[in-house]
Design a protein around this ligand. Structure first.
Ligand code: FAD
Ligand code: EPU
Length: 334
């Protein structure tokens, strides 16, 4: 296989891997991991949350495991399982076609099912953890299997055990969700979604209608990676203390803030970057998206390093003005 990663990352940046392997079965995965004695090779889904800042002196395994199934859990609920290599959005659409509710707010998030628990994907007021039941993973060093339930995964905002204690230790091979098969509870709390349905009769709304609205809102805000290279939000929305929030509000009373359960606040990083006048700012072909300042884009021939340099410039500017340190959501390699 050609070892250029350009078509395997949604930024569309070029980088050479030592080799690229397609992994279609669990036995192929086990063989791939067994050959990786230094535990350095990279497992990739659809490359929608990574930035290659240079060539990779190791192998890349593209996880292509396929399959999905469901079984009743109770009269109301069903357990739905998908293999890691399934496309997340196609999987969500399939659950909706089968009449299952729960994942509708997470429609159109790029990437694979297997990567979804890594950062506990979230959008429009719902996170993966809200419907997660378990996942099955292979230990990279021993090739033994382990099942993680929701508690084991220690999910947080764009966070899980797979980014902390178990970083780079497991490859998720399948994920199971507990979804509703009747009496669906819809989550329309997120402001843009609430506004979408305001004035409409929501009594008869189905989960699929919510997914359709989410897709429309997402398409109006976020660039399509097949047209404009990007990885969604480049940074996480920072969490700040109640005390810091008060001092921020004194200077910037209109700052978009989201109160968290533990008394802290999440502040919209896109707003912080936008306030600095950086929307549309470019350094060569690396640019801040002109409609959403939290999204960095490759206008054509940006390298991973160009995007990294732009990100550093943004971090420095945000820190100087607001005293807030942005943390990347995107993972850099090598
Ligand atoms: P990759 O980019 O291939 O991998 C990401 C990381 O996970 C890497 O470290 C990789 O090694 C690891 N990994 C991948 N698969 C496995 C596995 N099976 N086992 C163990 N480790 C694995 N995210 C959100 O949360 N909410 C959003 O609304 C959202 N919107 C986006 C919009 C756009 C336009 C884009 C481009 C991205 C967006 N994202 C969003 C980010 C991205 O969609 C998610 O992070 C997604 O889960 C990444 O999936 P992937 O298969 O592309 O992962
Ligand atoms: N805003 C600006 N200017 C901008 C961008 C945003 O002022 O250029 C303001 C908006 O007006 C709004 C606030 O910032 O008041 C939040 O913006 P938005 O609703 O677009 O959401 P976000 O916080 O930028 C987050 C997630 C997205 C997710 C959406 C919807 C993170 C890091 N990002 O974006 O996830 O799709 O909410 O739930 O949490 C991703 O993780 O890759 C991603 C796209």
């Amino acid at each position: 296989m050609n070892s250029d990663l350009k078509s395997h990352n949604t930024f569309g940046v070029s980088a050479q891997a030592r080799a690229i392997h397609s992994i279609r079965t669990e036995s192929e995965l086990i063989a791939f991991l067994a050959a990786d004695t230094s535990n350095t090779d990279l497992i990739l889904g659809q490359g929608s949350n990574v930035l290659f800042t240079g060539d990779l002196p190791y192998r890349v395994g593209l996880l292509k495991l396929k399959g999905r199934r469901f079984k009743a859990f109770s009269e109301e609920e069903v357990l739905v399982t998908a293999a890691a290599g399934e496309s997340w959005h196609d999987f969500v659409l399939w659950t909706l076609e089968e009449g299952f509710g729960g994942l509708e707010n997470l429609a159109l998030i790029p990437g694979s099912v297997g990567a979804a628990p890594i950062q506990n994907i979230g959008a429009y007021g719902v996170e993966l953890k809200d419907h997660f039941y378990s996942c099955r993973a292979i230990d990279r060093s021993t090739q033994e299997e382990k099942v993680f339930n929701a508690e084991d995964c220690a999910f947080g905002y764009r966070n899980s055990i797979f980014k902390n204690e178990c970083k780079n230790q497991f490859v998720i091979v399948e994920v199971t969700f507990k979804l509703s098969q009747r009496n669906h509870t819809l989550n329309l709390n997120y402001a843009p979604l609430k506004n979408w349905f305001s004035g409409k009769n929501i009594e008869k709304l189905r989960p699929a209608d919510v997914a359709e609205a989410v897709c429309s809102i997402r398409r109006s805000k976020l660039p399509d990676p097949s047209i404009l290279g990007n990885a969604g939000s480049f940074f996480k929305n920072p969490i700040i203390t109640a005390e810091f929030t008060q001092s921020l509000l004194k200077k910037f009373p209109e700052a978009p803030l989201y109160p968290q359960a533990n008394g802290t606040f999440k502040v919209a990083a896109g707003w912080l970057i936008d306030q600095l006048g950086l929307k549309g700012y470019r350094q060569g072909d690396a640019a801040v998206h002109d409609k959403q300042a939290l999204v960095l884009v490759n206008l054509g021939s940006a390298s991973g390093n160009d995007l990294k340099n732009l990100a550093q410039h943004i971090k420095k500017s945000v820190n100087e003005t607001f005293g807030i340190t942005l943390e990347e959501e995107v993972t850099f390699y090598p």
